[in-house]
Unconditional design. Structure first.
Length: 89
């Protein structure tokens, strides 16, 4: 089990990014959350099997005009059970 914290840069707001991330995450049995940030980026934390996390990032790259993704591993949240779409932070 791995958890990633990601910041997506590019044309990622007002294009359905958060709900697409939610849909893909549910299909891949990934938990976590996604949130628009006030600077125009999108923040995501995703937790699951490493192969499924790679697949999620690949699917998002293929779907949206992403310039870069800042990715770091963070601490696993053992009690998390779902993936959530959040509002502006």
């Amino acid at each position: 089990m791995t958890r990633l914290h990601c910041i997506f840069h590019g044309r990622v707001q007002h294009v359905g990014f958060r709900y697409t991330a939610y849909y893909f995450s549910r299909q891949l049995y990934i938990t976590g959350w996604v949130d628009n940030r006030s600077d125009g980026t999108v923040e995501l934390e995703a937790q699951g099997a490493p192969l499924m996390l790679q697949k999620l990032l690949s699917q998002l790259k293929g779907q949206f005009d992403i310039d870069t993704i800042d990715v770091e591993k963070v601490e696993v949240q053992p009690n998390e059970r779902k993936f959530a779409v959040r509002g502006y932070s």
